[in-house]
Design a protein around this ligand. Structure first.
Ligand code: PMP
Ligand code: GLN
Length: 381
């Protein structure tokens, strides 16, 4: 069989999680919380499990959940509400939303601009659609876009630009200025925008999350993707959604109906029970900032040099003091095996394996987990 993705191996998150399990390592590699979703959510799920709704949900999502997503979007961002009937599609995690959007709009030969480092599901989806990812590296040390390079990479063939803020793996958060730069470059083009905003509620130090939805000129060409897996510490529930103008959403739904058709009814019912209550998510910036700060304190004296994390639940670190000259993949394996703490090598987020000597830690963990990991890291020499 001739593979359609011959160079694609197993996702780095699965690889590092497997290695962590084999070596009894604390898994700070894969991005998921090691604590439970809010009790109101798990109780709602248990309640609905006893009820009568166990069959297919409507293809675009439960109407009540879509209404609540519309209300929340308007409330949190102070923007006109999307129309639940035409603008919102509930998907099986953000992953399916990304795949459905890319499959719906990218045609053979189209170019898709991808800022690197980038989340690992983007490029395979683009390539399966026959598109060509055009990579532009974010500039170190702050991982901000170099707008001259972005401008140079755009062409009449650019069908889609991928944005991710707050950013996985770097924690960088886009400002209004970044969005304005992008808007200026896309004016007068028919290039579309796919904005991955799954960490919308993990922004620190009083920073706002600025969405593509804030910018009218971008909003009309944007697919904005979020994930209840992130917002409710329930990555295993696989519920996300896409907000886009009616004509764009119609194309997403054409694909969504044949990828999964519909999303778990019980999970949607439970989420709808809590989403109307803003206290179910408005604590998240403070909550995750405390985790970031605790992890930062605990890491002092370990030999790792932490980079700033403005948002997401990730933290990058340099390890040169501990292993001068060692490649990041080799270092991540060594750390997992010898220190008993699993991390992700950042080169995995570059199509060509660019190695800046950085690893990614996930700090969405119980305080005890972070303490135990730091203790192991302090002993690692
Ligand atoms: N985009 C980014 C940037 C992510 O970090 C993740 C989760 N790892 C996803 C998309 C996928 O989200 P979900 O788990 O809801 O499919
Ligand atoms: N998004 C998570 C991360 O970045 C992992 C998702 C996955 O394992 N596919 O770690």
């Amino acid at each position: 069989l001739t593979s359609k993705l011959p160079d694609v191996g197993t996702s780095i998150f699965a690889v590092m999680t497997q290695l962590a399990t084999e070596h009894g390592a604390i898994n700070l590699a894969q991005g998921f919380p090691d604590f439970n979703p809010p009790a109101a959510l798990t109780e709602a799920l248990a309640h609905h499990a006893q009820g009568p709704q166990h069959q297919y949900a409507p293809m675009p999502g439960l109407p009540r959940l879509r209404e609540l997503i519309a209300d929340k979007t308007a409330r949190v961002y102070g923007v006109p509400a999307p129309d639940p009937a035409t603008d919102i599609t509930v998907t099986s995690g953000a992953t399916e939303a990304l795949f459905a959007v890319i499959t719906a709009v990218v045609r053979p030969g189209d170019e898709v601009l991808v800022l690197e480092p980038a989340y690992d599901s983007y490029a395979p989806a683009i390539r399966l659609a026959g598109g060509r990812p055009v990579y532009v590296p974010l500039s170190l040390p702050e991982f901000r876009p170099d707008w001259d390079r972005v401008r140079a990479a755009l062409s009449p063939r650019t069908r889609l630009v991928m944005v991710n803020t707050p950013h996985n793996p770097t924690g960088a958060v886009w400002t209004d200025e970044d969005w304005q730069q992008l808007a200026a470059l896309l004016t007068d083009s028919d290039t579309l925008l796919l904005s991955d905003e799954v960490y919308e509620h993990m922004v620190f130090d009083g920073r706002p999350h600025r969405s593509a939805l804030h910018h009218p000129a971008l909003r009309e060409r944007a697919f904005v993707v979020s994930s209840f897996g992130k917002t409710y510490h329930a990555t295993g529930w696989k519920v996300g959604y896409c907000v886009a103008a009616p004509a764009l959403s119609a194309e997403v739904r054409r694909v969504h109906q044949f990828v999964t058709f519909a999303v778990s009814t019980l999970a949607q019912l439970a989420i709808a029970d809590v989403l109307g209550d803003a206290t179910s998510y408005d604590y998240l910036p403070r909550f995750m900032q405390q985790k970031r700060d605790l992890f930062g304190q605990l890491m002092r004296g370990t030999g790792f040099e932490l980079l700033p994390s403005e948002g997401s639940y990730f933290q990058l670190a340099r390890y040169q003091q501990l292993a001068p000259g060692l490649g990041d993949v080799e270092f991540a394996h060594r750390l997992t095996q010898e220190a008993g703490v699993a991390v992700v090598p950042v080169s995995a987020f570059y199509h060509d394996g660019t190695d800046h000597g950085l690893v990614r830690f996930c700090f969405a963990k119980q305080d005890e987990t972070l303490q135990a990991a730091a203790e192991r890291l302090r002993r690692f020499r």
